[in-house]
Design a protein around this ligand. Structure first.
Ligand code: HEM
Length: 403
């Protein structure tokens, strides 16, 4: 809920806007258009909504501030009040040498050879879901597919047996589409309660799953404590579900609206990796926040030590000064995934980036290979939401199931 606040003296009047990131104007119809309205103004604005904070509103400013881990801290996770204190994510909420020490084992655990080895699992989860959907001729893509795929992959990563999985389904829904029935505290508690038996087991008897690999890597030459293990596992759970679900939802929405792109990718499967990179650039849904630890001069204004800055990757990836005709999806842009900011910039860049990219590629291969041409269901609305991770909340699709 947006709350109005006094505007601090160091904020010039021409930088003040009223922009509620949890509910930007028009977000239900189009998350991206609701944000890009800010590209018409200065590169850094101060919104009076949500307690008052800066928003980087131009591509070069978003990127420069995101890369500046010296002067901007990740510790607080502050736009959602209390979230950072409750979650205490490792490594997301760490800075400097401490962050480096914890990030290293997580990076090793998610190294590309393990990601490649996971492809058959992703394939079988996707195929199983599609088999159930195909004869129906229609689905609510978010609930029926986008939310389920990453959850099952995550559970495979930590080697949770299939019969234990339904318990996380409700939690998964609260993570991707919170309906207010669970507070942040309750959500954290439920995630910890669910994960803890598995973490304990992996700490005691490491297997060859992701958690075991990470937890058996020392941190600065010593073992992980139980508290640190919980905070890291929580970070992986909260970092790798709604983000992937949101991305897959946006990719499916694009294809439903662009049958030519569906046809092209069905005919030329070799284009899929480039298409995945371009779709991930075009539909970024994550924004992060930082607290300045010292004064930062940028775009003609001063961010004061302690100020909160919000960094939406959508305002980098869809800034025409950063990408030519950025709204257009062009599979031949020849981008490297680090040119866009969908997965972040610099020392905190997503440790799951390789896994997420693989999930999008596998989704494209499997869905386009196994399902007939699909469109949006006539007469039913697509809906989106804002927040730290924007997403489709409703994506009704139809196809001809007689073909
Ligand atoms: C399309 C899907 C994804 C998107 C868009 C995404 C986006 C991001 C972004 C923007 C950051 C940087 C945060 C910051 O700078 O404060 C980040 C960090 C992180 N992500 Fe992802 N992510 C995705 C998938 C995943 C997956 C699958 C996992 C793990 C299973 C994961 C785990 C993490 C972790 C642990 C961090 C913290 C890294 C650090 O602070 O050093 N993410 N992600």
């Amino acid at each position: 809920m947006a709350t109005m606040v006094d505007i601090p003296a160091h904020v010039p009047a021409d930088r003040v806007v009223d922009f509620d990131l949890f509910n930007p104007p028009g977000v239900e119809e189009d998350y991206f258009a609701s944000w890009t309205s800010l590209l018409d103004g200065p590169g850094l604005v101060w919104t009076t909504a949500n307690g008052g904070h800066w928003i980087a509103a131009r591509g070069d400013v978003v990127r420069a501030l995101w890369a500046d881990a010296e002067r901007l801290s990740s510790e607080c996770l502050a736009v959602t009040p209390g979230l950072g204190d409750v979650m205490r994510f490792i490594p997301l909420q760490q800075d400097g040498a401490e962050h480096k020490a914890f990030r290293m084992p997580v990076m090793k655990g998610l190294a590309s050879r393990f990601v490649v080895a996971l492809e058959p699992k992703v394939q079988s989860v996707a195929r199983e879901l599609m088999e159930g959907l195909r004869p129906r001729g229609e689905c609510e893509f978010v609930a029926d597919f986008a939310e389920i795929l990453p959850l099952n992959i995550f559970l495979s990563l930590i080697d949770v047996p299939r019969e234990d999985r339904p318990a996380l389904r409700k939690l998964g829904v609260q993570l991707t589409r919170p309906d207010g029935s669970m507070s942040v505290d309750e959500l954290r508690q439920a995630a910890d309660d669910y994960l803890w038996p598995f973490i304990q087991k992996r700490l005691a008897e490491p297997g060859d799953d992701l958690f075991s690999r990470i937890l058996s890597e020392p941190v600065d030459g010593r073992a992980w404590t139980e508290d640190e293990a919980r905070r890291m596992c929580r970070n992986l759970l909260f970092g790798g579900l709604d983000t992937v679900a949101a991305m897959i939802g946006m990719v499916a929405l694009h294809l439903a609206r662009h049958p030519d792109d569906q046809r092209l990718l069905r005919e030329r499967l070799e284009l899929i990796p480039d298409a995945a990179d371009e779709l991930m650039r075009r539909y970024p849904t994550v924004a992060v926040s930082r607290n300045a630890v010292t004064d930062v001069e940028i775009d003609g204004v001063t961010i004061r030590a302690g100020d909160l800055v919000y960094l939406p990757s959508v305002l980098h990836n869809l800034d025409p000064a950063c990408f030519e005709v950025p709204e257009e999806v062009r599979f031949d842009r020849g981008l490297t995934p680090i040119r866009h900011t969908t997965m972040g910039v610099g020392v905190h860049r997503c440790v799951g980036a390789g896994l997420a990219r693989m999930e999008v590629i596998m989704f494209l291969r499997e869905w386009l290979g196994g399902m007939p041409e699909f469109t949006l269901a006539p007469g039913k609305a697509v809906a989106m939401k804002g927040g730290n991770v924007g997403a489709c909340t409703s994506l009704p699709l139809v196809w001809n199931n007689q073909g």
